[in-house]
Design a protein around this ligand. Structure first.
Ligand SMILES: [Mg+2]
Length: 193
């Protein structure tokens, strides 16, 4: 295995490691709603893709105690984090859920249980451009572009998923950023100097 270069790798959580959309769909189905398959939701806003009677439920559903705790890892995520740690120090950079008093605790505990994260390795912020990591991996193009503009160097990676396809329409990825699909492609990028 390669030597740890001690790069700081900022790693998004929702949509990159944990299945926010799939967990939402499963929870709604458990409440009796007919839902599309998770991969059919191709935009950032789940609410705009659902009929009003479903969309109105989501804010409270996401903020219910325990919901964040039980969000499952995406297939391969645990091995991906393990392999990524060979290339640097992984720090989990995740957006908070406003008005969700349990969210920070549940997310930190989940990251500990799934990936062995320490509390000091979890950063909650909507302003990911302010994180001075060497690499930022995120599935939201705004975060990737803002980070690239602030730091004016390579390092930001847009993680392509079925759920950010529509959000890229009409937007230009910052020329210093990369877009990759899949964990192995991210790991391939780590090998580049
Ligand atoms: Mg995300």
């Amino acid at each position: 295995m390669p030597q740890n270069t001690r790069r700081i790798i900022g790693l998004d959580v929702d949509g990159v490691l944990l299945d926010f959309v799939g967990h939402t769909v499963q929870t709604m189905r458990a409440r009796g709603f007919t839902m599309r398959e998770p991969e059919e939701y191709k935009g950032w806003s789940l609410q705009s893709a659902m009929p009003p009677e479903q969309a109105v439920i989501l804010p409270a559903l996401w903020r219910a105690p325990g919901w964040c705790s039980w969000m499952p890892a995406l297939p391969g995520a645990v091995a991906f984090v393990r392999d990524l740690r060979c290339w640097g120090e992984v720090v989990f950079v995740t957006s908070p859920m406003p008005d969700a008093p349990h969210w920070h605790h549940e997310r930190t505990r989940a990251l500990s249980g799934l990936f062995g994260a320490h509390a000091g390795e979890v950063i909650f912020t909507h302003r990911k451009d302010l994180v001075s990591c060497d690499v930022l991996i995120d599935d939201k193009i705004e975060h990737v572009n803002d980070w690239s503009m602030r730091h004016a160097r390579r390092g930001a990676i847009l993680f392509e998923t079925p759920h950010n396809v529509l959000d890229r329409a009409g937007k230009v990825l910052h020329p210093l950023a990369l877009a990759v699909s899949g964990y192995s492609a991210v790991l391939d990028e780590m090998e580049r100097p």
